[in-house]
Write a protein that binds this ligand. Structure first.
Ligand SMILES: Nc1nc2c(ncn2[C@@H]2O[C@H](COP(=O)(O)OP(=O)(O)OP(=O)(O)O)[C@@H](O)[C@H]2O)c(=O)[nH]1
Ligand SMILES: [Mg+2]
Length: 352
């Protein structure tokens, strides 16, 4: 899973990055800050205690700070987003849009900042759609084979939405339309808005903070955090973090919130594999059938899939061992049509 941190200059993108990945967590690659963050998962910790494996591998969230000098830059308005930004965000599954709600350079207007960024994403998609539709018209005039009518219809629907300043993601059918997949629309991906508040606003009522900022985020998941303090917490030794958070009135580290919101927006769940060698969490889309889930572990497992031996994490914890789960008749053998659920502990049987 990959997420890009975006936002206006000086909104706190680097600070949020460090709050998630730790100050040492970022690798600079061609001016890009990027890093991998292990996804906190208490199930992985408890399974590790149970199996004492040689290795524990959590799921990871890959994040980049995506600089877009042209975002919100009035002089560059209408030229679209720069190609470096577009290339960087192409492989990303979701956006974390940081809006500055603390005093800094310029006015503190998070609502305006959020619309500026969203408008730029919308505009970038609209330019793609319009170019493509124009090219389709040109092809028709030249007597070339016309594009499939479904694709054209979907593009026209996208154009309609985007022209109203709305997101491709607002139309669930369009967001997953097979003919639009190749366009990789920016606004076809979840955007999670992070209201980056001042230190003295920590612990204030979350709904009141959000209502006060009055963000134009119809339906987008949104949460407040103080990136600077979160970053300071992340820099503390792990054993000191709890106490500091409590003193500050922070109930949950921002990483946990980000993970929860991205998993929910993308419809992600985790299943687990266990053994003496390795305890590991795997991230899949909700609704993934067992063979495809097996394929995330190894392509041979998908190709040679026979069955999945499935227990729930809760049964395993409550009963204390795999043997006990089996004895209680709670281990299931599932076939190709089985849809893997969050918290399934799975042994794949395969043959290649
Ligand atoms: N008070 C306060 N200051 C913050 C917070 N987050 C970031 N800052 C400060 O705001 C300034 C900009 O933060 P950065 O994280 O560098 O912002 P950025 O979006 O990465 O900036 P650019 O990469 O230059 O666009 C720094 O001085 C931070 O210390 C916050 O939550 N509260
Ligand atoms: Mg930065």
């Amino acid at each position: 899973m990959k997420a890009a941190i975006i936002g206006l200059p000086q909104s706190g993108k680097t600070t949020l990055f460090q709050a998630l990945a730790g100050s040492a967590g970022g690798k600079d690659k061609g001016g890009l800050t990027m890093g991998s963050v292990p996804v906190p998962d208490v199930r992985v910790d408890r399974l590790t205690d149970m199996y004492r494996p040689k290795k524990t591998v959590p799921a990871v969230l890959e994040i980049v700070e995506a600089q877009a000098p042209s975002i919100g830059n009035l002089e560059k308005r209408g030229q679209g987003l720069d190609s470096a930004f577009l290339n960087m965000v192409k492989p990303m599954d979701a956006f974390l849009l940081v809006a500055r709600a603390f005093d800094g350079e310029g006015l503190c207007e998070p609502a305006r900042d959020v619309s500026t960024v969203i408008d730029d994403l919308v505009l970038a998609d609209l330019m793609v759609v319009e170019n493509r539709l124009e090219r389709m018209d040109l092809d028709v005039r030249k007597g070339k084979t016309p594009a499939p009518p479904e694709e054209r219809k979907a593009l026209e629907r996208a154009k309609e939405l985007l022209s109203e300043g709305r997101l491709v993601h607002d139309d669930p059918e369009l967001a997953v339309h097979p003919d639009l997949k190749g366009y990789a629309f920016l606004t076809g991906r979840p955007i999670i808005v992070v209201l980056n508040v001042a230190d003295d606003q920590i612990g204030l009522d979350r709904d009141a903070l959000l209502a006060g900022a009055n963000l134009p985020v119809h339906g987008l998941p949104t949460f407040p955090c103080c990136a600077k303090v979160e970053q300071e917490i992340q820099d503390l030794p792990a054993e000191d973090r709890g106490e500091f958070m409590e003193a500050m009135g922070i109930t949950e580290p921002v990483l946990d919130v980000v993970i929860r919101e991205t998993y929910a927006s993308l419809g992600l769940v985790s299943f687990l594999t266990v053994g003496e060698d390795e305890v590991r969490a795997w991230t899949i889309r909700q609704g993934t059938p067992a063979p495809r889930a097996a394929g995330t572990v190894h392509s041979d497992m998908e190709r040679g899939f026979i069955r999945a031996e499935v227990m729930t994490y809760d049964d395993l914890m409550n009963l204390g061992s795999e043997a006990a789960v089996k004895k209680a008749g709670k281990a299931r053998l599932e076939g190709r049509d089985y849809v893997v659920l969050d918290g399934d502990v799975i042994h794949f049987r395969f043959n290649v």
